[in-house]
Design a protein around this ligand. Sequence first.
Ligand code: ATP
Length: 248
Amino acid sequence: ETRETLLEVNNIEVIYNHVILVLKGVSLSVPKGGITALLGGNGAGKTTTLKAVSNLLHSERGEVTKGSIHYRGERVQGLDPATLVKRGVIQVMEGRHCFEHLTVEENLLTGAYTRRDGSAAINKDLELVYHYFPRLKERRRSQAGYTSGGEQQMVAMGRALMARPACILLDEPSMGLAPQLVEEIFGIVKTLNEQEGVSFLLAEQNTTVALRYAHYGYILESGRVVMDGPAKDLLENPDVKEFYLGVS
Ligand code: ATP
């Protein structure tokens, strides 16, 4: 079975501030319809990789200095982030980034800002978001800043869904959440993948959870991919168990 490749990252190098080499030749691919996990500890380069793909490094004074990134066979470098959003690549940043003074529903609607297909279609997708995130429907009139961390993560993901994504780049969805909520969030990722056909590239420090939900994983260490394979194999791999899953 061969699957179409959505994203192809080929041997990229990223440098911050002209001097700090952070990615030292990272390659990975995200198949259409898959959940791909990018794993590794703090500072390994996960966020940098996602930002390289969605062209968000400029504001951080970062630059892809080597290698290439293709989305559906087209070179991504040089496209502005809004164009990528229109083509279906949506990044959900680490730390959620809700508009705290807007309501949950207003936050969701900001996700549709690049769309030109009218309010009926947008309202239909709002209902779709509420279908997958019933909690957000209950909280639709609440100010986002007053909702819980888990609800804010859902708002961030729901907002991405409003942009009709083909591929969501999800940065550290488990951060700061209680284990039960982490399962809930990952469960929704799986459902969106299976029922809406959304592909995911997700960066996660919580290796165990990520590998239980992902199809394929890449492990980053100091800006290099040190291991990759089907999620099931990685979960069983003795080195992964010892160094990343905390068991031996
Ligand atoms: P985290 O889980 O903490 O986000 P990460 O694996 O996503 O970790 P990155 O955020 O990509 O890692 O950071 C990789 C390295 O790049 C770190 O050493 C970090 O200090 C450095 N770095 C990140 N952003 C910048 C920046 N704007 N300027 C300089 N160095 C940076």
